[in-house]
Design a protein around this ligand. Structure first.
Ligand code: ADE
Length: 226
């Protein structure tokens, strides 16, 4: 999988892919991540990328030209172009899973007050990571890259993500490690029983219990997974 990111703030991406699972995925050639400065595609002599909005209003708006040219330069027949915007479709694990099967993603990070609406004509999907407004699409792009990379074949073991929260519309079950008792807090005895049928039943019960408590919306199915 190849991921190209278009941003006005490439330095924000320094170091974040140089640790742990993403670092390993990159060095094993399972994912290639390239960060591009939108300004490098500007044809303006002063490398201008934004201007005031028609009709008036606060702030500056990202212009079409640098984005159109950047997408033209990077896009192939296998590319999916994604615009990060609070006005996009709400991002879910199911979307992460589907995107992890793509060959090439181009992520466009919006900034300032917004972007020229015509930019949407070069975009396949608009994604929001949540119902709040961030200063730009950089952190959403990082979240998407992180959540997708761990799902790419060969990056982590399948068993590690099959029981993840949100698979089956349920949150994950609780896990424990040594010691068996810590400051009077005991590990549930079923986990030490060695009875795998019972352990699986207990885990399923706990998944339902925690989902009812923290995310009843998932149980109702109104979560965009169907
Ligand atoms: N840009 C600003 N806020 C955002 C959000 N919630 N999701 C995606 N991109 C954004």
């Amino acid at each position: 999988m190849k991921i190209d990111v278009l941003t006005l703030f490439p330095d924000m991406f320094n170091n974040i892919f140089s640790e742990s699972i993403i670092k390993r995925a990159i060095s094993n050639n399972l994912v290639e991540i390239n960060i591009h400065n939108i300004r490098d595609y500007s044809k303006d002599p002063h490398k201008k990328v934004d201007d005031t909005p028609y009709g008036g209003g606060a702030g500056m708006v990202l212009m079409c030209q640098p984005i159109f040219d950047a997408v033209k330069a990077l896009k192939t027949e296998n590319s999916k172009v994604i615009l990060l915007t609070p006005g996009g479709t709400l991002y879910k694990q199911k979307i992460a899973f589907n995107l992890s099967k793509e060959k090439h993603l181009i992520l466009i990070c919006g900034h300032y007050e917004g972007f020229d609406e015509r930019i949407k004509t070069v975009v396949d999907t608009e994604i929001s990571i949540g119902d709040y407004v961030l200063t730009g699409g950089e952190i959403p792009a990082m979240i998407i890259i992180d959540s997708i990379t761990r799902l790419i074949d060969g990056v982590i073991r399948k068993e590690s993500y099959e029981s993840d929260s949100f698979t089956d519309n349920l949150l994950d079950y609780p896990t424990y490690t040594k010691p068996r008792v810590y400051e009077g807090l005991e590990v549930p005895s079923v986990l030490i029983s060695g009875d795998h049928k019972k352990i699986n039943e207990w885990r399923r019960e706990k998944q339902i219990e925690v989902t009812k408590k923290n995310r009843p919306d998932l149980l109702k199915g109104d979560n965009g997974y169907e």
